[in-house]
Each structure stands twice: as structure tokens, then as C-alpha cells.
Design a binder for this molecule. Structure first.
Ligand code: FES
Length: 100
């Protein structure tokens, strides 16, 4: 049996996040959370669990399509793309604008 290289899912790509409230845009590389990329750019997003389970980091989505990785939103809420949890969630559209 040969082991097959599994391609990184889209969520492994880097993407841009604009923090509308701060006027800051960052590139989020693979393996780095939006929260950490924000902190590096001086945008503090309050966190607690960092696992998508507590809701502390809930952020309004202004533009773009999040890849929801939280355990809080129902499928319908995820599909609405109104809010996201940037401690775990990523981006399917290459660019997100969130209210931070
Ligand atoms: S810090 Fe808990 S959901 Fe993001």
C-alpha cells in the first residue's frame, strides 16, 4: 500500500482579514489563528477557550465567507455567515472583513 499525500484543505491557505473597526488588514498564514495574527498587528480580540466553544471571541462578519470551525453555531447560523469565532475559524473566500 502506498501512502498518499493528502493535499492541504483550502483552510490551510493564507488569507487576508481586515479589521474594520481598527482599519488594520493582516495576512493570516496557515497554522496561525486570526486571533494571533490580529494580536501581532496590535488588534486585541478577547479570548477564553481558543477552541470555538465559549463564544468570547464572537465577531461580526461584514464581508467574505468564513470557514466555521466552532462548536457553537448551528448549521443555519453558520450558513448565514453573520458572525464567526476567530480563535478557530478561517476563511473560504480569500478575504474577510470582520467588525473588530
Ligand atoms: S475564544 Fe472561545 S470561542 Fe473563541
Amino acid at each position: 500500500m502506498t501512502s498518499k499525500e493528502v493535499a492541504e484543505p483550502a483552510s490551510g491557505d493564507s488569507f487576508e482579514v481586515e479589521f474594520a473597526g481598527s482599519g488594520v488588514t493582516v495576512t493570516v498564514p496557515p497554522g496561525v489563528s486570526i486571533v494571533d495574527a490580529a494580536a501581532e498587528a496590535g488588534v486585541e480580540i478577547e479570548t477564553s477557550c481558543r477552541e470555538g466553544t465559549c463564544g468570547t471571541c464572537e465577531s461580526e462578519v461584514i464581508e467574505g465567507v468564513p470557514e466555521h470551525r466552532d462548536s457553537l453555531l448551528t448549521p443555519d447560523e453558520q450558513a448565514a455567515n453573520d458572525v464567526m469565532f476567530p480563535c478557530v475559524s478561517r476563511c473560504l473566500s480569500g478575504r474577510l472583513v470582520i467588525d473588530r
